[in-house]
Design a protein around this ligand. Structure first.
Ligand code: C5P
Length: 297
């Protein structure tokens, strides 16, 4: 039986850093939003107790540096199942890009293995497993919208009806999340996170206000380390005359548009002058995307 799980990318609508923790992580407060740009994770059970990963992308590791392989390892360990899995990863989300592509592949692997092996674990239980793999994995297990606190694994899920289009521009720079967090100064920390205002705007569907509320405390660090990303951001802003944002630790830049007409205008203007522009949109939780809930044949 071959089983498919979609792994959705995310953007950060806000990202505030509160403090550096003794364990080396940072206490964050961020609003995460799933978008429909996705990888496809195909899973097949193997009787041999080994995990094999293949991918259409030659640049992703196929060994246990890959978060999907780590997810399969954690799943088999925690459930005590003696079997293996074959993972075929169809990559569409740029890697090391601030879009949680690797984390989402891991989350999809957990959801998919739960179906493949009929283990009946809840999303909460899968999210707990996900926290062992990476800070963004729990959010990716559910998808949709959430405020993420702690190191990113403590979630308050937000159910809003606000729909927006998202244009992504990937600057073809690979950024290490650890390096960016390391580059923060104490003056970058805040105790007044912007998530409350953002969530209010989402709940009230203030689509014209939301682009102006997007903010990311890691952006100045990434821009300082990679001036070419800042230059690209300025160019995008000049061409579109709209505020440009960065997702996660970057380097992916994004713009939000409330209507498809505005999104199309921005997309066409950008496509004429740069590569790696993606057209996407907000999506809800994985449970609200009905086709994913169907049991395998
Ligand atoms: O949790 P994850 O493995 O995705 O994090 C990658 C790195 O990013 C961590 O090793 C840490 O250096 C940094 N990080 C952090 N604070 C967070 C999340 C990540 O300092 N809240």
């Amino acid at each position: 039986m071959l089983l498919l799980e979609r792994a959705y990318a995310k953007v950060n609508l806000t990202l505030d850093v509160l403090e550096r923790r003794p364990d080396g992580y940072h206490e964050v407060d961020m609003v995460m939003q799933s978008i429909d740009l996705s990888d496809l994770v195909w899973l097949e059970r193997r009787s041999a107790p080994t995990i094999v990963l293949e991918s259409n992308a030659t640049y992703v590791p196929t060994d246990d540096r890959n978060l999907a392989v780590q997810a399969a390892q954690v799943f088999l360990q925690e459930t005590g199942i003696v079997a293996g899995v074959h993972i075929n990863l169809e990559k569409n989300i740029p890697v090391a890009a601030g879009l949680a592509g690797g984390s989402s592949d891991a989350a999809a692997t957990l959801r998919g293995m739960n179906r493949l092996f009929n283990t009946g674990l809840t999303l909460d239980e899968l999210a707990e497993m996900g926290a062992k793999i990476g800070s963004d994995v729990p959010f990716c297990v559910y998808g949709g919208t959430a405020i993420a606190r702690g190191r990113g694994e403590r979630l308050t899920r937000i159910d809003h009806r606000c729909h927006m289009y998202v244009l992504l521009i990937h600057p073809r720079v690979f950024v290490s999340t650890a390096d960016i967090y390391q580059g923060l100064n104490p003056s970058d920390f805040t105790d007044e996170p912007l998530s409350t205002r953002m969530v209010q705007a989402l709940l009230e569907e203030q689509v014209d206000v939301i682009p102006g509320l997007v903010d990311n405390r890691l952006q100045p660090v990434t821009f300082a380390m990679y001036p070419e990303v800042q230059q690209l951001s300025e160019k995008v802003e000049m061409v579109t005359r709209h505020p440009v944002h960065m997702s996660g630790s970057g380097p992916t830049l994004f713009l939000l548009a409330p209507t498809i007409q505005q999104a199309n205008r921005m997309y066409n203007a950008l496509r004429g002058i740069m590569r790696d522009v993606y057209f996407s949109q907000f999506v809800g939780t994985v449970s609200s995307l009905a086709n994913l809930q169907s049991r395998p044949e």
